[in-house]
Design a protein around this ligand. Structure first.
Ligand SMILES: [Zn+2]
Length: 424
């Protein structure tokens, strides 16, 4: 009994920072922790790289602790003296996807990754967790960071102007998106500024972003590339560009990415940001969006409006792909015996935790793919790259098909919840 009492007391005090504690634990700017994520399909490890003090903090000063529990990874920041949880965030990464490719069964790879959080006043403990197949978290790595150490550089490695092209709110009370230029040469920077404004309109004219546009800031950081365009490894086309982006990621032609994380973060540091968006000067169809990692798409494809918002759904709201027919390089990405963390996909293992409350009682679960159910919320089989065992909320949605401005009610709710989180 006595032991229980002690446990209760310690739990009561071990806890998370309250919102008014921001200035108690944090000062100006952000701390960026760069590390290498190394492994293969069966093992992974993290190792320290650089620590930087960046000038802006774009996140909330109130909502410091993650309430969504999305992502293949999460990190938690503790004030080391009091053991108080002062910041946490879930995220995913290209490494997490690569681990599900056939290549990861035969070789090891390292990816550069970064996390940022408000710059701490005192020594912090940063703990990294990976999500197991059963969805439970496993602590993977822990590192102590003393903000006073002389090895933390506060010099911007890419020094660029920022331009705000949308929004009036303080960065701490808005979703801040930084748009970065990739594959625009010196003569094309005016084109980039025009493209950025066009993409701003794609976002602001798409629901639910339209209704919440007062809660969104869009920043532009122009960075010049030596050459125009991007790499097309499958066609032996190679360009010297600032973020070294490329199509054919993991062998899928339309899958556009960059692994030059440090350069990307160095450019993004020129504006306050919650989300990084890379705009690639190309007219080829493609893109990518990874939760709290980055979004990337091309500027001049005829479906760019759709791709821009679809990829942002992944990166900003943690939405999963609702399609199941296209070729993707990942295999068995979803474990059918547990609920995926994505808010718009379910295995029906624990549908109560998903969007069951949004389904009318008269709709059967699973919902048959019949015309009469075309416009209702249910649970339709097929999603997350497989035809069987993963269910999506509606017949069609911007997370399933190439249709701009058609996020389903479940995806819409997830986006609204996330914008609200950034706006407090
Ligand atoms: Zn949807």
């Amino acid at each position: 009994m006595k032991k229980l009492a002690v446990f209760l007391v310690s739990t009561f005090f071990a806890y998370s920072a309250m919102s008014q504690d921001f200035s108690k634990y944090f000062s100006e700017g952000s701390l960026r922790f760069d590390y290498y994520h190394t492994g293969n399909s069966s093992m992974e490890m993290m190792s320290n790289d650089e620590i930087l003090h960046e000038p802006y903090w774009g996140g909330s000063k109130v909502n410091l602790i993650d309430t969504f529990d999305y992502g293949n990874y999460k990190f938690e920041v503790y004030d080391s003296l009091s053991n108080t949880l002062v910041y946490s965030r879930g995220f995913s990464s290209l490494f997490a996807e690569w681990r599900y490719t056939p290549e990861a069964k035969i070789i090891n790879r390292s990816f550069s990754e970064s996390v940022i959080f408000p710059f701490p006043k005192n020594t912090v403990k940063v703990a990294f967790f990976n999500r197991q197949k059963n969805q439970l978290w496993n602590k993977q790595y822990e590192v102590y960071i003393n903000p006073m150490t002389e090895f933390i550089s506060n010099k911007l490695k890419i020094d660029s102007k920022n331009f705000k092209i949308h929004g009036e709110n303080l960065p701490s009370k808005a979703l801040d998106i930084v748009l970065l230029s990739e594959g625009y040469n010196q003569t094309e920077m005016q084109k980039f500024m025009k493209d950025a404004q066009r993409f701003r309109d794609y976002l602001i004219n798409c629901q639910p972003f339209s209704s919440m546009s007062d809660n969104i800031n869009i920043w532009v950081v122009p960075v010049v590339s030596e050459e125009s365009g991007t790499d097309l490894p499958g066609k032996n086309v190679w360009k010297n560009t600032v973020f070294d982006s490329h199509f054919y990621t993991f062998g899928t032609e339309r899958y556009l990415n960059t692994v030059n994380n440090k350069q990307l973060r160095n450019a993004a540091a020129n504006a306050p940001y919650d989300q990084i968006y890379i705009l690639v000067n190309s007219d080829k169809y493609g893109g990518a969006g990874i939760y709290n990692y980055y979004s990337i798409c091309t500027a001049d494809d005829k479906y760019s409006d759709f791709v821009f918002t679809h990829e942002f759904g992944h990166a900003m709201a943690g939405l999963g792909d609702e399609y199941y027919t296209s070729d993707v390089s990942v295999e068995d990405f979803y474990e059918l015996k547990s609920e995926p963390w994505e808010p718009n996909l379910t295995t029906l293992v624990n549908f109560d935790k998903k969007w069951k409350s949004m389904v009318n009682d008269s709709i059967s679960i699973p919902t048959p793919p019949e015309t009469k159910f075309k416009n209702v919320v249910g649970a339709f089989e097929g999603g997350g790259y497989v035809e069987k065992g993963v269910y999506r909320p509606v017949f069609d949605c911007s997370m399933k098909s190439v249709i701009y401005n058609k996020f389903c009610p479940v995806c819409t709710k997830a986006i609204i919840n996330m914008i609200n989180f950034y706006s407090k």
